[in-house]
Design a binder for this molecule. Structure first.
Ligand code: GLC
Ligand code: CA
Length: 552
């Protein structure tokens, strides 16, 4: 099926770090408005706005205390409405973050819920008795420790899959579900263009709340009891019918662990659940013994296998989201590229490898400039609740990592790498604020910034602009059939796309090794885009981190 959200390029804004209009050091909505022309010039179609709702900010806005109010840090509802209008005037759509697996513990529903066992809101959350003076079961929180928090007021525990300030909502409760759909309709009636749904495959839990076995650690990840649970498809179909179906909007679900079969159920054209999903299998290929904190070198064959599995898996039914970067990932150019010797080439190469895949591409703020990871020196440079909890658990309590090992992990993979302020120019604070930025700015802003790239034909920014333009012009990039070549090659990722009588050959080099590659039927083709100029011949020379797209 041909639809607009398959033909769009989406740009993710992390409002706190995008642009500060009033110099309090925090990015805000007026700041975003002031940069809409920049986004228009880049050519994107849709903005995904990370949460801008009222929140005590334990997890930077993913802990919402009022779904229908704008955070004072970011502005007012009038500012939001102005953003929507100004974006629409420029033909840019706005997709909001929908965080409904949990709320903040400062949400009115939870304040009520925790008071007494017979409070009308009690059942909006998941409350259980302790067992032998301990938690109700051995489930672990994603942010370390137990997933249960004891609450003295009623001598019971509540479930929190994330921080203890993010209690999980009880989707078994029909009144709660109706409240959420009503809130969604309220935003849709304002004219927003869709939702990115936070950890949406966790809203249905297996109701037995049993221990994860065999028990090898004190607390165990409860994935099989909380991911893609028994009523998930029923809930999403209901949400679709009651909130989404009367609007022409798009949805993307964050689905942390799922199979191709499940993904087809979530995103298939005739399922009426979601339009597309973020899955993270390709983000797991370089994780080691303690996950992201102990990364291992990239195995490109493995990465190609995962990307290809999803390309083939959703080729005809369902739809992929394409991303390297977001607010939960380190910067891909630091992770899979080479920022020392081949910074610009590797940023363009990664963009090429991704933007020619089938699916809807996402650009995370700063990715279009080749922004890199931050050189963290100590915990004082960090902001993220995930880092502090993991440090406490792995370094202080379990003592399985030393301080130095953990700092290495933080530099490689902490979410804060993505959250440093946007680098607009080479002036004070990178043009992000005239005040004191809420988070330190990457010291490389003097060389890596928007101003130096916008009018430079060779810049990473200009390269992204061209990639977006090509996608808008060429249906083959949106709808063409994907085929992997050179499956076992350790450094080159090469694939083709085919549509009607057209063909594209995409060649990307994930290494500093150089290769000669025979083009065969493409040797009379035309170079569509590349990060190095070459003449098309029978055999081409592939430069370190080279990227070439040849059209036939
Ligand atoms: C998602 C968000 C992440 C947040 C978590 C809990 O994974 O992307 O930033 O911490 O959900 O809401
Ligand atoms: Ca501000």
């Amino acid at each position: 099926m041909k639809v607009w959200w398959k033909e769009s390029v989406i740009y993710q804004i992390y409002p706190r770090s995008f642009c500060d209009s009033n110099d309090d050091g925090i990015g805000d909505i007026q700041g975003i408005i002031s940069k809409l022309d920049y986004l228009k010039d880049l050519g994107i179609d849709i903005i995904w706005l990370s949460p801008v709702y009222q929140s005590p900010n334990v997890d930077n806005g993913y802990d919402i205390s009022d779904y229908q109010a704008i955070s004072k840090d970011f502005g007012t509802m009038d500012d939001f409405e102005m953003l929507l209008k100004e974006a629409h005037n420029r033909n840019i759509k706005i997709v909001m973050d929908l965080v409904v697996n949990h709320t903040s513990d400062e949400h009115q529903w939870f304040i009520e819920s925790h008071q007494t066992q017979d409070n009308p809101y009690r059942d909006y959350y998941i409350w259980k008795e302790g067992k032998n003076g301990k938690e109700p079961n051995n489930w672990a929180s994603v942010f370390s420790g137990s997933a249960w928090q004891y609450d003295e007021t009623t001598d019971m525990y509540y479930l929190h899959l994330y921080s203890s300030k993010q209690p999980d909502l009880n989707w078994e409760n029909e009144i709660l579900r109706e409240e959420i759909y009503k809130m969604m309709r309220w935003w849709l009636d304002k004219g927003i263009d869709g939702f990115r749904m936070d950890v949406i495959n966790k809203i249905s839990k297996v109701q037995t709340f049993e221990d994860v076995l065999p028990q090898s650690q004190q607390y165990m990840r409860p994935s099989k009891y909380v991911s893609n649970g028994p009523r998930i498809h029923e809930f999403l179909k209901e949400m679709n019918q009651k909130a989404l179906s009367s609007y022409d909007v798009m949805t993307v679900g964050e689905i942390t662990a799922c199979s191709i079969e499940q993904a087809k159920q979530y995103t298939g054209d005739y399922e009426n659940e979601l339009n597309m999903l973020f899955q993270f299998e390709h983000m797991d290929v370089d994780l080691g013994e303690y996950g992201k904190w102990t990364p291992i070198p990239l195995n490109l064959v493995q990465l190609k296998k995962v990307l290809t599995k999803w390309q083939y898996g959703l080729a005809d039914y369902g739809w992929n989201s394409l991303f390297w970067d977001n607010h939960d990932q380190p910067r891909a150019v630091s992770r899979f590229g080479n920022t020392e010797k081949y910074w610009a080439d590797s940023a363009k190469m990664l963009a090429t490898a991704l933007h020619f895949l089938k699916g809807t591409p996402y650009i995370y703020q700063g990715e279009e400039l080749g922004m890199t990871n931050y050189p963290f020196q100590s915990l004082d440079d960090c902001q993220d609740v995930e880092v502090f909890n993991a440090y406490k658990e792995l370094v202080q309590e379990k003592k399985v990592l030393t301080h130095e090992q953990m700092m290495k992990g933080i530099c490689a993979n902490s979410r804060d790498n993505a959250r440093t302020p946007m680098q607009w120019n080479n002036e004070e604070n990178a043009g992000f604020t005239q005040g004191t930025p809420w988070m330190k700015i990457n010291p490389n802003y003097k060389t890596i910034n928007a101003k130096s790239q916008i009018n430079n034909q060779d810049s990473i920014y200009s390269y992204f602009k061209k990639l977006i333009e090509l996608r808008h012009q060429m249906p083959i990039i949106v709808y063409g059939k994907y085929t992997l070549l050179e499956e076992e090659h350790p450094d080159l990722y090469i694939y083709t796309r085919e549509y009607q009588d057209k063909k594209l050959l995409i060649i990307t080099n994930f290494s500093e090794n150089e290769y000669d590659y025979a083009l065969h039927e493409y040797s009379d083709g035309k170079l569509l885009i590349s990060n190095h100029h070459i003449d098309i011949q029978k055999t081409i020379h592939i430069a370190p981190y080279g990227a070439y797209v040849i059209q036939k």
